[in-house]
Structure formats: C-alpha cells, structure tokens
Write a protein that binds this ligand. Structure first.
Ligand code: HEM
Length: 400
C-alpha cells in the first residue's frame, strides 16, 4: 500500500557517495517500490546487472510521455508536454533504431577527434580570460558552462556572431535563480533560434551536423524540419549541463586528490582512464534514466508489474561491489569503462565520445597551465546540485 512505500530520496548528502537510501536498497531490496516526490509510484532498481537489463531489454519502454513514466520533478512534466515531436531519448525501437542510425555517424571517435583542435582553442581562450581576471574566480561560470555550450555551437554549426545569444539563453535554461517564466522564455527563444538556423541551412546546407542531416534527408526524400528541430534541441539540453557538471565535479575531485593530479601531470595519457573513473564515481545523470515496464518482468526475485514506471539508481549501480571492486575508492588506475554514467543499451549516450574529448582536454589543460589551482573556500562551503535531476556544482570558487 501507499503508506508503507518509501519516498525516493533524490538528494545525495555527501557529494562523494550515492544517497544513503539508494545504497541501503542496493544491499537490502535491490528492486523496490518507491513514491516519487511528484506523488507518482515507481520501482527503483539499484543493482548494476539489473540496471543493464532494464536499459537493454525491449520489455521496457523509454516513452517519457506514458502516463506512468516516472516524473521526479515538475520540469519532467514539461518535457512530457513538449510541443516538439518525440526526441530520440523518448523513442522505442524500431522508430528509435531508425532515427539514431541517421545521426550516429556524426558522433564517431574519428569525428570527435577532428573537433579536438577547436575544443582546445575554446578551452584555452576561456582559461586565458579566467587567468587574466580577478581572483578568486568561479570555475563553473568561467569554464564549465561556456565550454560545452560553445562545443555544441560548433557541432550544430551556429555562426560565430550568434554565439553570445546562444550561450546567454542556454545558461538561463540552467540558471537556478531564474524563475520558471524566465526559463520557459529561454526555451522559446532557443527553439525559435534553432528553427531559423535550420531554415537557413535548408536553403544553403553547410558542412556541419545539421547541414549534413538536411542533405541526407533530401537524398532519402524524407525532409523533416521539426524532427531536426527536436534533434538540435535534444543535443543542446543533453550535452550542456551534463558536461558542465562533470567539468566542475572532476576538477573538484582532482583538487581533493593531489596524488592523482601529480600522476596525471607526470603522464597526461592517463587522463582518459581518470575521466572514466570520474564518470563512474559521480554518475551524475542517474535520476534522468527512466523507463516503463511493458510486461511483468522479474528482476532479483521481484516482479515489476506491467505498466509500472522504473527509475534506475545508476549511481548506486556504479558502486555495486559485484561490478566494481572496492567501489567507494576513487582510483584513476582502475578500469571503469563499463560504468553506467552514459547509460547502456540502445539509448546509451550519443554524445559520449564528445563528452570524453571535452573532459580530457579541460583537465589536461588545467593541470598543465594552472599548476597552482586550488579551492578558494573551505570544501564545506561548496554548494552541490542536490535539487536537480543531473548532479553537479552550483559554483566552484578557485584561485591559483
Ligand atoms: C543519452 C549521460 C554528454 C547527447 C544519455 C544517457 C545518459 C547520458 C545517462 C542515457 C539516458 C537514458 O537511457 O535514458 C551523459 C553524460 C554526459 C553526456 C553523463 C557528460 C558527461 C552528452 C553530450 C551530448 C549528449 C555532450 C551531445 C552533444 C545525448 C543524446 C542522448 C543521450 C542525444 C539520447 C540518445 C538516445 O536516446 O539514443 N546521455 N551525456 N550527451 N546523450 Fe548524453
């Protein structure tokens, strides 16, 4: 009954650990019914293997507009009411398979490697500005937010003259001090902007993700303007805050682990491995992973009834001792590549190779160029995003 169902805790408490409740579920009730803050019931899964099953098993649907789809916050509801056509993230096969096949070629390791010089330039420019400015500086504002935003501009082919507009509005989307109305205004401005951008590219296709999609659509005779708008908007919201939060959390983690910083300075090639461990350690997007069971499914001895919403507490899953030895230890030398931070299965993060390149460049550049980097306030004063579906930091005051 409702009374005996625990409310799902969404705040982590300690930034370096999953919520206490989620770890208890992992130990005691790996698949359990919970009440969400929005008043909906859902099932929570915490074991690494169960989460991989849910994310890859066609008996679970990714349809966020399903009446039982887990809604953790009011904002999730707005996505379900979005006037845009279904986004990749919400589609099921075969629709999803088809739509993803259209864009997957834009995110290959090779394409991402080609973006490296430009990403390095963006990082260097922002670091120059930070180092020339007053101390202390907020690393979130100086680096973590603008870098991914400009990289998305690069990817989508937003002209240089529109970068400021694009950045201001996408920062507003994530601004906790903004009112709901201001945020909705920012969404509208961005949608209108992307709509115009796509129209311009339809007239004269450019050599960038959107331009190439337009050419591809024409070749197959399936021109679809609103589908492109949905894709552009998804890339913007999926690639901005996530990467920004990993930049600030990863920097903070390094500052807390001088021995790891030294090891990385001595051998910058280790950064790829360290980034995987950071991704595992924080698993920031866990509350964003939700599904609906299409049939009764038994997992770890518990039956999830058909039609139920399911949340995957992947941060606990990435601390499952059956998957990672001594899981609470931060160890940049471990092999963490099989973590759940990018999800798993058909919806596994489309932008993961891009995120990796961005994170590697940011951390290596910080280590190389700002050897004296340190926190400008005591660690207890830092403020973490316990109020958001994607975990991160509100500010990271640093000096050097
Ligand atoms: C999907 C995390 C960066 C684009 C996902 C999913 C996760 C995730 C967990 C799966 C959601 C699910 O199964 O329900 C992250 C993290 C990032 C990051 C932690 C940064 C560290 C990016 C970037 C982009 C991007 C930079 C693109 C510019 C996408 C897209 C999807 C997705 C388009 C949906 C794929 C699909 O449904 O087929 N991401 N992401 N992400 N991500 Fe990322």
């Amino acid at each position: 009954t409702t009374d005996s169902t625990e409310t799902l805790q969404t705040a982590r408490g300690c930034p370096f650990a999953p919520a206490e409740q989620h770890l208890r579920f992992l130990r005691e009730q790996p698949v359990t019914k919970v009440m969400l803050a929005t008043g909906r019931e859902a099932w929570a899964a915490t074991r690494y293997e169960d989460i991989r099953t849910i994310l890859s098993d066609p008996r679970f649907s990714a349809d966020r507009r399903h009446p039982n789809a887990p809604r953790l916050s009011k904002a999730d509801g707005q996505m379900a009411d979005s006037p845009l056509p279904k986004m990749l993230l919400e589609m099921d096969p075969p629709e999803h398979t088809q739509a993803r096949r259209q864009v997957i070629g834009e995110f290959t390791v090779r394409r991402m490697a080609a973006l490296r010089p430009r990403i390095q330039q963006i990082v260097d420019e922002h670091l120059d500005a930070m180092l020339d400015g007053p101390r202390p500086a907020d690393l979130v504002k100086a680096l973590a937010l603008p870098v991914p935003s400009l990289v998305i501009c690069e990817l989508l082919g937003v002209p240089y003259s529109d970068h400021d507009f694009f950045q201001v509005h996408s920062a507003q989307l994530l601004n906790r001090a903004a009112t709901e109305q201001e945020r909705q205004h920012a969404v509208l401005e961005l949608v209108i902007y992307l709509d115009k951008l796509i129209t311009a590219k339809e007239q004269e296709p450019t050599d960038d993700l959107l331009g190439r999609q337009i050419v591809k659509q024409r070749e197959s005779g399936e021109a679809d303007h609103t589908a492109l708008l949905s894709l552009a908007f998804l890339l913007l919201i999926a690639g901005h805050e996530t990467t920004a939060n990993m930049i600030s959390l990863g920097t903070y983690m390094l500052l807390q682990h001088p021995e790891s910083m030294e090891a990385l300075r001595a051998d910058p090639d280790k950064i790829g491995n360290a980034v995987e461990e950071m991704l595992r350690y924080f698993t920031i997007a866990e509350l964003a992973m939700a599904r609906v069971a299409r049939e009764d499914v038994e997992l770890s001895g518990t039956v999830i009834p058909a039609g139920s919403g399911v949340v995957m507490l992947a941060n606990a899953g990435d601390r499952d001792p059956e998957a990672f030895e001594d899981p609470d230890r931060f160890d940049i030398d471990r092999d963490a590549r099989s973590h759940l931070a990018f999800g798993y299965g058909p919806h596994q993060c489309l932008g993961q190779n891009l995120a990796r390149v961005e994170l590697e460049i940011v951390f290596n550049t910080l280590l190389r160029r700002v050897p004296g980097l340190r926190l400008a306030v005591p660690a207890e004063e830092l403020s973490f995003k316990d109020d958001s579906t994607v975990y991160g930091m509100h500010e990271l005051p640093v000096t050097w």
